[in-house]
Design a protein around this ligand. Sequence first.
Ligand code: NA7
Length: 543
Amino acid sequence: MVAAAQQADTNASGRPEAIIIGAGIAGMYQLVRLRELGMRVQVLEAGGDVGGTWYWNRYPGARFDSESWTYGYSFSAELLQEWNWPEHFAAQPDTLRYLNHVAERFDLRRDIRFNARVNAAHFDDSTNAWTVTLESGEAFCAPLLISALGPLSAHTLPNIPGRESFAGTAHHTARWPCAGVDLKDKRVGIIGTGATAIQTIQTIAREVGHLTVFQRTPNWAAPLHNRPITAEEQLRIKASYPEIFERCRQTSTCFIHQTDPRKALEVSAAEREAFWEKLYAEPGFGIWVGNFQDVLVDAEANALASAFMAKKIRERVKDPTVAEKLIPKNHGFGTRRLPLESGYFEVYNQPNVRLVDINETPIECITPRGIRTTAEEHELDVLIYATGFDGVTGPYDRIDIRGPGGLRLKDAWADTPRTYLGMLAEGFPNLLMVLGPHTARGNIPRNIEEIVDWLTGLVRHMRGHDQARVETRPEAVQEWADHVEQAAAGLLFSQVRSWQTGVNRNVEGRDVLRVLGYYGGAVAYRRQVEAVAAGGYRELRFG
Ligand code: NA7
């Protein structure tokens, strides 16, 4: 660390006033905003270019589940007018192209260091500055550290013995090679059936020779109903961006879909069924976040919705035994992040696709030839790990972040994260988090823009008042922690194991349910954070 600090001092002439970790959607926008304050900023990005999630997740079929025209940045009217989304739910290459366009248009790359994975960030209490060290040993120093790490950037491999022994080609979906992978006529195995796996499976099933899907937990999934944006629609979208974004501001998830005020249990069976048929036939997340208001909070209403979705699976999958395996039994509809699909269930009607329920026949190990379950060995040429991420706190855990007195963030958050508004971590001065734990979450870029704008306001305030240090107050952190817990209580999803509740069985210690988001809704979240800013940030301590 001493050597690193010395090196940091040698860079002092061009010393940045803020370091941002990550050049995804959040880091790029934070850079834009801090530049407007006239600040020197250094962005450190582990990837070889901008894009974050959309840079890394190049697996076949990767695309939005959010309407494209609600997903782009809203801060620049010119950008909105010049960009044409080709489809209502854009594919990953188009999103990456968009983010590259943004980087060029706003000349962002000159402040971004690529291939710069951050290993450590240590705060010096006497100078109120962070020293950030890269994997290479190079160090950077700045008063402010802004983490724009992304909630789903720490991918995890399955803890199955023999992984290293596999003689074929193996890739995690979040590390898919830029050049692609030749799957044609190959014997392919995929572990996982989450949102990523579903997109991958439905895309590759026709191309591969044989596909074996190793499923531990089936997930509910609803049709995406994607299609190209016509020229006429393009004009309409561009003319109505202010209304689109205003609509997103009014919903609790920042999607265009608003919860229906009716209750599933209060309408007739016929009305319920008709509404669900309508939602099932419509594009996007409407069936999840635009459903009857009791579906995600009332077990009885949820059971009815689950029965409707199960009926759809039975209608679409020809073999009744396979259909039953694909129907979730341990969690209700919508209590995990809902994958959207395009022909996913029909894939299991293809003769070259086999579903292996690894609860019935558990995986014993990965062998040089493939995967051995308790029943047989499945020979494979290619193995795909669609095994997900150590969500939300995982990216923080992977950096050695230390505050005053050497306090490690990983230790401070061992039981649960301790934050104020999800944007400042207790015990870690001058660390500002974009989309850290305990912020409202839904349509991610909408959440990001609001958080970045708020943090930029805080930085402006500090600069205006000549303050070198900002940190949380214990009573404000406790109040926020209680509020976050209360907001999640009573929601059915809070009791279900998934990355959203902090569970990842591949990571030691990550098998306990935690509250990692603010679930009081984006409108309530906005109201609270705006009140703090309007009140002059009295809940924070400055120095
Ligand atoms: P998810 O939704 O966390 O899915 C990961 C999948 O991998 C899930 O089906 C897991 O089963 C399965 N998994 C993980 N480890 C293993 C092992 N060891 N053995 C068998 N199966 C395993 O990640 P995704 O990438 O699909 O989606 C993440 C988010 O990205 C998504 O919510 C969107 O917001 C975009 P499990 O359910 O744990 O039994």
